[in-house]
Design a protein. Structure first.
Ligand code: SF4
Length: 351
């Protein structure tokens, strides 16, 4: 497999016309703090005529990343508070995150783990074995979510080893892989890597992170098809981002494109309070209004759940609009239910 060319510095981004030459100095400061990588296949999707270019906005560093707000957190979803051993996050009773690497194919400017990803930490086999021992020792763990970094930057051989170890743990029934690689570097989703994604006797799901329909290039669609054709169910994870997908049209196009690729939209995440990302966060009211518009415009297949990861590690909660209201009291209590046109209807209080 030929190695994909990746732009890794403001100077390289400038050479490709993605950063004005006079901003390179300022952006070097950003790059010294937060990892930068933009693979050529994704860079090729930029459109210089588009002032709201979703590729530039998501992946090209911005000087505003150096402005940290008082309420932003280095560990916004509280991974550390729920990490019993290195590489494991055990937040919910029946599932764990297993972090296999800190490396990603592309570095998102809004990343919730931006303080840790991109560090060239050599994978430590002893630490991985200790993390697997933790899973072996906790019979309540039904699902293992491979994350990082991005687990699909690993070689097929290394991924196969991990899957083999998980396949041998009886109580683990589901393995979920969270990845950006099919979008960022689709050629890496080789038939060999797809075979390595499967843990024998377990259900493997792949959650693909996509935030704008333009990311689903022909090559990315083909990479997703290789996984779907191999029988791997695909889920879509998206982040609501100001200036990227915070319009009803952009979200409609994204959700439809996902479903066309056999990717079921799963979560629309409210952007986490990661340092230096305020310029990319939309407000919650905007997110709720967009979810309302989506409900009226597109098929149920295209509806993700809008969620917020509660800062401090308290898990996700749905924050979409409410459609049901209980009104009146005692004998006159009943419900009002809102339809997709915003009209309200009575619903009786009893079965
Ligand atoms: S691919 Fe995921 S972990 Fe990597 S930079 Fe993007 S959001 Fe962060």
């Amino acid at each position: 497999m030929a190695k994909t060319q990746t732009l890794r510095s403001p100077a390289q981004l400038s050479d490709r016309g993605l950063v004005p030459a006079d901003r390179v100095g300022a952006l070097n400061e950003v790059a010294a703090r937060y990892a930068v990588a933009l693979p050529a296949p994704l860079a090729a999707l930029t459109d210089r005529a588009d002032p709201r270019d979703p590729i530039v906005r998501q992946f090209v560093p911005d000087a505003r990343e150096l402005e940290t707000q008082p309420h932003e957190l280095t560990d916004p979803i509280g991974d550390d508070a729920h990490s019993p051993v290195p590489g494991i996050v055990h937040r919910y009773p029946d599932r764990v995150l297993l972090k296999l690497t800190q490396i990603c194919a592309v570095y998102c400017r809004f990343c919730f783990r931006r303080e840790t990803v991109g560090k060239p930490v050599a994978p430590d086999r002893a630490a991985l074995e200790a993390a697997l021992d933790y899973i072996r020792g906790h019979a309540e763990i039904w699902e293992v979510i491979l994350t990082g970094g991005d687990p699909l930057v690993l070689s097929a051989r290394r991924l196969r080893e991990v899957m083999k170890a998980l396949a041998a743990i009886d109580h683990v029934k589901v393995v979920r892989i969270h990845t950006r690689v099919p979008i960022a570097d689709p050629a890496q989703i080789t038939p060999e890597l797809v075979r390595a994604m499967k843990a024998s006797g377990k259900a493997t799901y792949v959650a693909v992170h996509v935030n704008h329909a333009r990311e689903l290039s022909d090559a990315a669609r083909a990479a997703c098809a290789r996984m779907a054709d191999a029988g791997i169910p695909l889920l879509g994870q998206s982040v609501l981002l100001a200036g990227v997908n915070d319009t009803a049209d952009a979200l409609r196009d994204l959700m439809r494109a996902l479903v066309e690729c056999r990717i079921k939209p799963y979560y629309l995440h409210h952007a986490d309070l990661a340092p230096g990302t305020a310029h990319l966060r939309a407000d919650i009211e905007t997110g709720q209004e967009l979810m309302r518009e989506l409900r009226g415009r597109v098929s149920g297949l295209c509806q993700p759940t809008y969620v917020l990861d509660i800062p401090g590690g308290h898990g996700k909660s749905p924050i979409g609009p409410d459609y049901l209201e209980r009104v009146g009291s005692n004998g006159s209590a009943h419900y009002m239910i809102e339809d997709f046109n915003g009209r309200r209807h009575d619903y009786p209080p009893r079965r």
